[in-house]
Design a protein around this ligand. Structure first.
Ligand code: AVI
Length: 344
């Protein structure tokens, strides 16, 4: 899946959606619509499977169609949603130290690169970065963003890779004279993985980056009230973002979700250290999708997203399990967010 935190239009938890195989990214067996027999899109297959299981769920990677990506961009600007601006502040203020850890002539591999905005802070601070390899599932979007970046960094070799970064992938051989190969995974997208998916992604990254390192942005455990507010904003943008999944199903999957019949719910599950997002049926109702009927009880939910929060020590322990050696960590003064340097 693409990393929504760096994108302005379109993701997938592809990136996040993630890889190794994170179950979310696994492709269900080929399925076709009962009505027409035509093959279903990945979204269609996963939506049918997700509505057929108990409890119901759908991967957050499907949030990021064009409308969902725009809504996510609006989320990043909300006063309550601190992660994006806090990470940008850390990257901006600590760029020199980060660049010192990475060293000269680096090759940067961004997982789920999106619009290539955050990496500019890094590129500006690095000593003669050699090559930038942004990986994103959305090839078209990536090409356009890569062209803009090339124009601004004429000495940098920019080589976009259209792929699902959660799947094993062979990277080009290092260029002559290249320094460290460094993964960049900002935005706390790691938090949207299931715990086993997060471990699997980090294991995959550690193998791909052996001899180099990973720079990863991770949201921290904090006052539940602050977390609750970040996912229940006063303007209702997060609710629109969540409900957009049903709008997308109506547009793409011949579904008839009544958008007023479902409501956004997000809460902090403290023992699991995660925000959980759901769509809750406001009444008993039937929904049709590609000719199949799904009954909902009043209060029945579709789980749409986890957003795990970490302690600094917890993330470092996870990184060790995945094969990294934890290095420096940078946080903001309020300890809302963290950026970790992990040696592969
Ligand atoms: C992309 N991801 C890290 C965001 C998060 O905070 O988990 C997605 C999001 N969901 C609701 N608000 C933002």
């Amino acid at each position: 899946m693409r990393n929504p935190n760096t994108s302005s239009s379109s993701l997938s938890f592809v990136a996040a959606k993630s890889q190794q195989q994170p179950q979310q990214h696994q492709q269900p067996a080929q399925r076709s619509t009962a009505a027409t027999g035509e093959p279903l899109s990945e979204f269609g297959r996963e939506m049918q499977a997700g509505l057929s299981r108990t409890p119901r769920s759908i991967s957050p990677k499907f949030f990021y169609d064009a409308a969902g990506s725009q809504l996510f961009d609006r989320i990043c600007e909300l006063p309550e949603y601190y992660p994006t601006r806090t990470e940008l502040r850390i990257l901006g203020e600590c760029a020199g130290e980060i660049a010192g850890q990475i060293g000269p002539n680096a090759e940067i591999v961004e997982f789920g690169a999106g619009s290539l905005t955050k990496v500019r802070l890094l590129l500006d601070a690095l000593e003669t970065p050699k090559r930038y390899l942004p990986i994103d599932i959305s090839g078209e979007h990536l090409e356009a963003a890569a062209e803009r970046l090339k124009a601004d960094y004429p000495k940098l070799v920019v080589q976009p890779i259209a792929a699902d970064y959660t799947m094993p992938l062979v990277l080009p051989a290092p260029m002559a004279g290249a320094g460290r190969r460094v993964g960049f995974f900002p935005g706390s997208t790691i938090g949207n993985f299931e715990p086993d998916e997060a471990l699997a992604f980090l294991q995959l990254a550690a193998r791909m980056l052996r001899g180099g390192g990973l720079l990863i942005g991770v949201d921290l455990v904090k006052d539940p009230a602050r977390l609750h507010a970040a996912y229940n904003d006063a303007q209702g943008v997060t609710g629109e973002f969540n409900l957009n999944l049903l709008r997308r199903a109506n547009a793409e999957l011949d579904a008839d979700f009544d958008l007023d019949g479902f409501t956004h719910a997000a809460f902090y599950n403290a023992p699991r250290q995660r925000i959980e997002m759901h769509l809750v049926s406001r009444r008993a109702q039937n929904v049709s999708l590609k000719g199949e009927q799904f009954g909902f009880e009043e209060g029945e939910t579709i789980h749409t997203e986890y957003s795990h929060k970490f302690t600094v020590e917890g993330l470092r322990a996870l990184a060790v399990r995945a094969g990294f050696r934890p290095g420096a960590v940078w946080t903001d003064p309020e300890k809302l967010f963290s950026v970790h340097w992990l040696l592969a």
